[in-house]
Ligand binder design. Sequence first.
Ligand SMILES: *[C@@H]1O[C@H](CO)[C@@H](O)[C@H](O)[C@H]1NC(C)=O
Ligand SMILES: *[C@@H]1O[C@H](CO)[C@@H](O)[C@H](O)[C@H]1NC(C)=O
Ligand SMILES: *[C@@H]1O[C@H](CO)[C@@H](O)[C@H](O)[C@H]1NC(C)=O
Length: 769
Amino acid sequence: MNLSVFSSLCAALILCTLLLGVSVLSETLCNDSNLDIEGGTYTLSKERYYGSMLVYHCPEGYYPYPALARSCQKSGSWSPPPKRRPTPKCRMVECPNPLVLESGSVFPVLSQYFADNQTTYECYSGYTLRGSSSRTCQPNGKWSGGTPICSGAIEDGAKCADPGIPPGAGRTGDFFGIGDKVTYRCDSGLNLVGSKVRVCQENGQWTGTEPKCYYKHTYDTPLEITEAFGSALRESLQVLETDSDTDQFGKKISVDKGGLLNIYIAMDISDSIDKAEFEKSRNAVIKLIRKVSSFTVSPNYGILFFASDVKEVVNILDSHGKNRRKLVDILADLDNFEYDARENVGTDLNLAFKTILERMAIQKGRNATLFKEMYHVLIFFTDGAYNMGGRPEDTVAKIKAMVEIDEDAKRENHLDIYVFGVGSVIFDEDITPLVTKREGETHYFKVKNGEKLEETFDEIIDEEKVVGLCGLHKNYDSGTPDTQRLRYPWLARIETKHKDGGLGKCMGSLVTPDYILTAAHCFKFEDTADMITVLIGNKEVLKVERHILHPQYNIKAKVDQGVKEFYDYDVALLQLKKTLTPSIKTRPICIPCTKETSAALKLSGDQITCKQHEELLLDKSYEEAKFMSHDKLRDNMEQENEVKLKLKDHRDNCIGLATKLEGITADNLKTIVTDNFLCSGGRDPTRDHVTCKGDSGGAVFKDYDDYRTIQVGVISWATKNLCPEGDSRKQESNDDSRDFHINLFKVLPFLKKHLGDDTSERVPLNFID
Ligand SMILES: *[C@@H]1O[C@H](CO)[C@@H](O)[C@H](O)[C@H]1NC(C)=O
Ligand SMILES: *[C@@H]1O[C@H](CO)[C@@H](O)[C@H](O)[C@H]1NC(C)=O
Ligand SMILES: *[C@@H]1O[C@H](CO)[C@@H](O)[C@H](O)[C@H]1NC(C)=O
């Protein structure tokens, strides 16, 4: 038997593939003529051997025509075959036809719309425009903004708003009453992504998600994915973060909802996706899991890879109960999984869904009551192509049916199926029916060549719209003002132009989008709010509406006892004129005893107390903390300093050094250094950094896990000035230098009064007792 006969005889058997290895299969070579593309280039995944993928690349704003890619078949021919006519060419990206607007006009009217072409929309009189009044055709083949819709007076019986017609689409159905149906189709050459049919519901919303018409070459940009997937995923995670529930007797119960979230991740590793893409997807998955871990919930994971067979890298059934697997182990398993190209002899997408269905059935069998409360998120990475195992739609329908066990409409919120289309050719029409569809959410994403998927996931929860996540930050600071903002997005500098011409400099921390927390002694009696400016980052200079000193702060209170300056209750809040929009560079730090901070500390349940926060944050005799100080040599830069707060049995020893100051004696020590102060400094057990002039008002903070920061104190005063003029280095303590910081746990009534005020227009923090 000659080798080529042998290889074709057993080509379907993995065993033979293993025995023969690549060298024999490589007998077949695909022809190299007519492969070039005008205006672009191509790459081959396994040269011209059987199984190789030829992928065309065009400059931005262009796409390969007539094919995006070809694969080398066993017979030695390319599929699709290259022809002399039409010759492969990079064509200008087009956007779907926008001239579908009803009751309005579109300018300009063109026969085709290319990248950078702009359109404007106007409604006839009596109609009002919703959506974008002007849109630009983007290089990814999509119009910017949202579908423009001209709606007229609400007709009798209409319940839902006019759902409009997306570019490139046509709609049948012009009645918008309860139960009315609209059906969409796309122009030829375009695939419909989203809901083909939508029904007007009693709540005035259309079922499903807005349809869009995609060309084969249309893809989603990383930014679009970040926004859409990020908000959908956050939605799922935040549903679970609400930490209390009411049982049937109206009694509050608390459950560890984390255990109720099942995240299944399935990755296609068949020959349609090459090794480099596999690595990108794997790294993206690792990144995604890390990001999810910065939320309060810790989900159960099921991770599988599939081609002709399914490899279950992490079995979700192992993550329940007491022997729950640790996240590090899950990530290690994922990291250790070897991609083996020899196993790629087919794609059974259905088998991947079936495996998940089985796992769900086992979970349901174990405890049906518990299963009813569970949430399931399925995330698939695939090109949508399959050549064995049959259509996955039926299995997906079974998964939906299993979750939707009762009439309760809300049940559908317990299942999300997302598909990331990765690969050089993506089969939109096969993927669209698989994903779940929900108003205002996108569950299908088309990624260009798996490009930037990891970065996309990295941005997902740092996206501008994440509110409510205090103290969240990126974990790198490469020493430029920009990266420093990402690490300390709450950092504020405060300047006060006093009446006498002097300029007072202090530090502060953003504690809500409206308030900066700082020290009261930064302000003189005669200072007014208009003399104060707050600096966030390099440029942003903010005006102050009012400055609120703690009512019990009185620096002269003990002058008659020989103490020139008395710093008890040395805290102040600056209310900003304009509410800040949280972003990755501007985000509040967490402060103790709020629900927001409970979430950061991963404490869930209704009975969480302020005391528990204190036990987590200020419990050890030497509690590690940090503060920021000016870097005097580098403009706009601060540096991180480390201290150990001396608590419990070490506190007395620490504050005792204050008696070296004029007016403070062993007798009056505790009335001057009151219980409201945290103490740091000295060289025991390790040498602390000390604060310098200008650091006052800054946060004393603790980092919690990798991504969250919680403030515990405000820098107030020091026994010594150990900071020489012009020396930019961080300064270290000597034996008897001490720093005192206001303990935030001791000024909670003040913080709560202003920051927890839910009667003002400002967004309050939710304080706990
Ligand atoms: C490749 O195809 C061209 C045209 O179809 C043909 O003339 C040529 O002989 C083929 N080359 C090989 C190596 O088969
Ligand atoms: C639309 O884009 C094409 C290609 O860039 C350009 O040639 C044409 O002038 C544009 N038309 C308008 C009206 O902007
Ligand atoms: C099933 O789950 C419910 C709800 O979490 C729980 O109360 C019950 O004890 C569980 N039953 C079994 C048999 O484990």
